[in-house]
Design a protein around this ligand. Structure first.
Ligand code: FES
Length: 73
């Protein structure tokens, strides 16, 4: 299913990115481009980050403009 309609990114692509090592919102955004436009899909991306491999506690959302800042993690 599409998670990010702005960039046509599916849940499978996001899970693949997480499986490939993306463990933060910013890393998933960089890998897939999901969440980089309007940002309304970020809660779903956060849910996938928080539940796919249970790697860490709650994921923080990242404003698309913040992605330009390399300190966003
Ligand atoms: S729906 Fe993902 S950035 Fe808009």
């Amino acid at each position: 299913m599409y998670v990010c309609l702005c960039n046509a990114v599916t849940d499978h692509e996001i899970k693949d990115a997480i499986g490939g090592g993306a463990s933060t919102m910013a890393e998933v955004m960089r890998c897939t481009k999901a969440g980089t436009c309007c940002g309304s899909c970020q809660p779903t991306i956060a849910f996938l980050l928080d539940t796919t491999f249970l790697v860490k506690p709650k994921t923080r959302l990242v404003a698309p403009e913040e992605l330009e800042n390399s300190s966003a993690a």
